[in-house]
Design a protein around this ligand. Structure first.
Ligand code: APR
Length: 258
């Protein structure tokens, strides 16, 4: 049975599906991933994305805000067919939740309700003050950058503003992580889309799912350390492969209703 058919079969047989995504699910929306050739870590220094460097260096903050304002990748990007395919699992009542390492809000934009998206690394749509913890929508802060503020600070307490995302050296949001672990252990199918599965603790989630008896499926352009544990591995572009899988699920569902 070819791989897309096999994944469609697993989806038809499952009731509590978790879709786990990494940057690879958003590359077809124009957001570069981190470790592919030409990815973010080949263009920017990961050290500049540590919380220590961000808080201690005004120059680093200036570089960050300039990049966010000039690229607009977090305000202009739109969901691609892989995000919509994932949302269709929710519409069919088969999605337990999405666990994502991404900060781009595209799963929500594609129709997955906020309370079904566990964002392990935060969400770029908000900016938080490291002083008073006040939150501001990203576009408002980017407008200040466009108007000339190089490293905008908090208008209330003059504290350092930072995107509401997890920088290297920061803890992941505790409650979100705990929910991701417990849901991973209870799902019956765990579908990884677009991740190297190299960054922890996020990359523990598929292992928790396997230990809970779930089946594992991986949709990724390149090999991952868990391919050998997967029932099915689809080596292809998520924006093409996932709609093909969902077409087969729709056929399976309609025949179920015969
Ligand atoms: N379809 C399928 N797979 C894709 C596609 C695509 N269109 N584009 C890229 N990929 C694959 C790449 O081959 C790679 O294996 O997606 C994976 C992306 O891996 P990474 O760039 O390592 O991204 P991710 O796994 O999300 O990184 C995890 O690392 O730097 C930190 O915080 C950052 O959340 C990020 C974490």
């Amino acid at each position: 049975m070819e791989e897309t058919e096999r994944l469609a079969q697993l989806i038809l047989e499952s009731k509590r599906i978790i879709v786990f995504t990494g940057a690879g699910v958003s590359t077809e929306s124009g957001i570069p991933d981190f470790r592919s050739p030409g990815g973010i870590w080949s263009r920017y220094d990961p050290e500049d994305f540590t919380i220590q460097r961000f808080l201690s260096s005004r120059e680093t903050r200036r570089t960050h805000w300039k990049m966010y304002a000039e690229t607009g990748i977090f305000t202009k990007a739109e969901p691609n067919p892989a995000h919509y395919a994932t949302a269709s699992l929710h519409h069919w009542g088969k999605l337990d939740c999405v666990i994502t390492q991404n900060i781009d809000n595209l799963h929500q934009k594609a129709g997955v309700p906020d309370d079904r998206v566990l964002e392990l690394h935060g969400n770029m749509q908000w900016v938080v003050c490291t002083g008073c913890r006040g939150r501001t929508p990203l576009p408002e802060v980017l407008q200040r950058v466009t108007d000339g503020a190089e490293a905008p600070d908090c208008p209330d307490c003059r504290g350092i503003l930072k995107p509401d995302v997890v920088f290297f050296g920061e803890m992941l949001p505790e409650d979100t992580l705990a929910r991701a672990v417990s849901r991973s252990q209870m799902c019956d199918l765990f579908i990884v889309i677009g991740s190297t599965l190299m960054v922890y603790p996020a990359a523990y989630m598929p292992t928790y799912a396997l230990s809970g008896g779930a089946k594992l499926a991986i949709v990724n352009l390149t090999p991952t350390p868990l391919d050998h544990e997967a029932e099915v591995v689809i080596r292809g572009k998520a924006g093409e492969m996932m709609p093909a899988v969902m077409e087969r699920v729709k056929l399976g569902r309609s025949s179920d209703f015969r």
